[in-house]
Design a binder for this molecule. Sequence first.
Ligand code: CMX
Length: 439
Amino acid sequence: MEKLKKIFKEKSEQQNIKLKTLLKEHGEKNIGEVQLAQIYQGMRGITGMIYETSLLDSQEGIRFRGYSIPELREKLPKIKGGTEPLPEGLFYLLVTGEIPSQQDVEMLSKDWFERSKKTPKQVFTAIDAFPNDSHPMTMFIAGIVAAQPQSVFAQKYSEGLNKKDYWEYVFEDSMTLIAQLPVIAAYVFRKKYHGGKKIEPKEGLDWSANFTKMLGIENDGFTKLMRLYLTIHADHEGGNVSAHAVHLVGSALSDPYLSFAAGMAGLAGPLHGLANQEVIKWIFEMQESIGSKTPSKEQIEEYVKKTISEGKVVPGYGHAVLRKTDPRFTAQMEFAKEHMPDDELVNTVWRIYECVPPILESLGKIKNPWPNVDAHSGALLLHYGMKEYDFYTVLFGVSRALGVLAAQVWARGLGFPLERPKSLTSEKVFAWIEGKEKL
Ligand code: CMX
């Protein structure tokens, strides 16, 4: 791992020098105005932080270090004879800004395998302590928190750590946590649905292949899907709930275990990562209500209208920043067209895609009627036999670690301070509007 650290050290030192000059020469420039409505509406459109690993364009979608998803599917290393990128390569790219070689990703697979074997025992005890009807995200977060006592950052900080060295121990913790997350996630799966029968990882497998092995779903197609899935869910710039929560909590110098657990608590919300389970639940409810596994366009349209009339959202549609079909949806659709074009549920997802946008658009209030990443993923997972849909957000969480923890290493490398924006009360706002008080 010395190579990765060496590249990061050089790059972050150069970036630190550039940023000092930038702030000295341009620090007083305005980059936007904040309207009163925006602070009441979830801070939409307010640019308020630097997050180095990815950038979201509302029309084009996500770019990881400047690369789009189709570009990464082509450029990132794959296993021999493989078609999908290895998520190890994405992590390398996010940390260094460089496309890794085959050898670089193999080094990461090996390093993560070694670290995965050292998952602390209390992780399993903590997960075991939950009743089986607990949500998998709750158990997953508990497992992450139970792994925290091994934090090197927390240990070194308590001994007295120079701020220049923060990044190195945050990197160390991030590597260990990423390596152990598939173990934690797989154990949640085995405990909740398979009587707690744990499956050990195997030397020589990549991160995704070991994950599917530990889940107990050993199928080449599923592993191929996981490599794509774990790559495309990794990062979506800094303002989404999970990334922002990790960024915020990390800014208090809480270690990567604690800050990542905070991010996962955010991902577990139905308007964010839980939407992938909600999509499948909604489709199953629709099939049941209609009495058909293959509802027609007209039947879907009617059900969509019913959902909206009941004051509910159509899960998997809409986005706070994107204004076009999510390229993560498109990547999954392309995968499905290649590997399962005749799957009934996948075809239903595609029919829903034809029906939902015009209906949402006709409401006249929704800013993005197009599908997001969560609209497609469940149908792919079900195709390979993963029917336990309340587990889907855990898969999202395992992937998200790659982005938010790479970003955390950068945040500490660049010495970002405690995040602490100003808030107001409505009383203060009214007094300001009436000219009685200044803001
Ligand atoms: N179905 C029905 N109504 C929707 C909707 C949807 N899918 N998406 C937005 N709307 C409604 C909003 O509830 C809001 O209604 P009110 O004015 O009555 O409150 C109105 O349209 C305007 O919302 P918006 O500005 O277009 O969207 P926001 O930025 O406020 O919210 C999001 C974005 C994702 C929370 C929202 O689109 C949504 O709830 N989608 C469904 C849940 C989902 O798929 N979430 C996953 C997002 C991706 C991820 O993070 O994983």
